[in-house]
Design a protein around this ligand. Structure first.
Ligand code: ZN
Length: 270
């Protein structure tokens, strides 16, 4: 069963929710428990994402973090399909919190910037502040996993040489809506992207050139990772252009056939 509507029914065990009041992640077995918390504190978020297509960007990254990081060329077939070499160390960049839209949100295609591609990705959410994390301790810093789309203005990415503009437009990061508690079997999760009901990307997380522990070790040598920071882990082969009217869904199947999904629709700039 795909979980399409947040909090519409029972929340399975193993899901996490960001609790602003406690600055941490709660393991919330049932939606009712979550709603009770929200009523009591007025702070626990019943939906961790800003509203779809939000005009007002969040002050912090979703889940209370400070930043969204993303990894490029982390699946060999994807590097090859764009004619890029395999990087010899993780190649990563940031997406601003203002690029986030929630589940069932709207991606707005800016006018006059050329081709804009979808990239479906599994993302990890940091659960413990870390700096200089060792590879063998890195997974202990992960609260859970969620799904993201790293929408990319491909022509601008090539033109600019660095990727801030190409990856940073408002609405270029559909994210969420759930965080599944981390379990090692997510390291071999199946990841798929569906465009208008057709599967266009599929691979397993075990194919990552730089696996999640290495990404966390590498990034945390540069910048402190805060609780709630999000790392998009890279996209499989099969990226392609978007057009107004498209519908996208990213899915991942993890432990005990637990499924995550995030969807969005695409509109042109008015
Ligand atoms: Zn990407």
């Amino acid at each position: 069963m795909l979980l399409r509507t947040p909090l519409s029914s029972t929340l399975p065990e193993g899901w996490l929710i960001w609790d602003q009041g406690h600055q941490g992640f709660l393991s919330v077995p049932f939606a009712e428990g979550l709603n009770r918390l929200a009523r009591r504190r007025g702070k626990a978020r019943s939906e961790p994402m800003p509203s779809p297509g939000a005009a007002l960007p969040p002050l912090l990254a979703p889940f209370g973090g400070t930043k969204i990081l993303a990894v490029g060329r982390n699946y060999r077939p994807h590097a090859a399909e764009l004619g890029n070499p395999i990087p010899d160390e993780p190649l990563w960049f940031t997406k601003p919190p203002s690029s986030v839209v929630g589940h069932d949100g709207v991606v707005i295609l800016p006018a006059d910037v050329g081709q804009i591609d979808y990239e479906g990705e599994l993302a990890v959410v940091i659960g413990e502040r870390c700096r200089m994390a060792r590879r063998d301790e890195a997974l202990g810093k992960v609260a859970g996993v969620t799904l993201a789309l790293d929408i990319t203005a491909r022509a601008l990415q090539k033109k600019d040489g660095q990727w801030t503009r190409a990856k940073g437009f408002d609405t270029f990061c559909p994210l969420g809506p759930w965080i599944a508690a981390f379990h090692e079997s997510w390291l071999d999760a199946e990841l798929e992207t569906w465009l208008n009901g057709r599967r266009v990307q599929a691979d397993r997380l075990s194919s990552l050139i730089f696996p999640i522990p290495e990404l966390i070790a590498h990034i945390s040598r540069v910048m402190t990772l805060e609780v709630g920071d999000v790392i998009l882990t890279g996209t499989p082969a099969g990226v392609g252009p978007l057009a107004a009217g498209d519908r996208l869904e990213v899915r991942a199947t993890g432990p005990r056939h637990l499924r995550l999904a995030v969807t969005c629709r695409v509109e042109g700039q008015v």
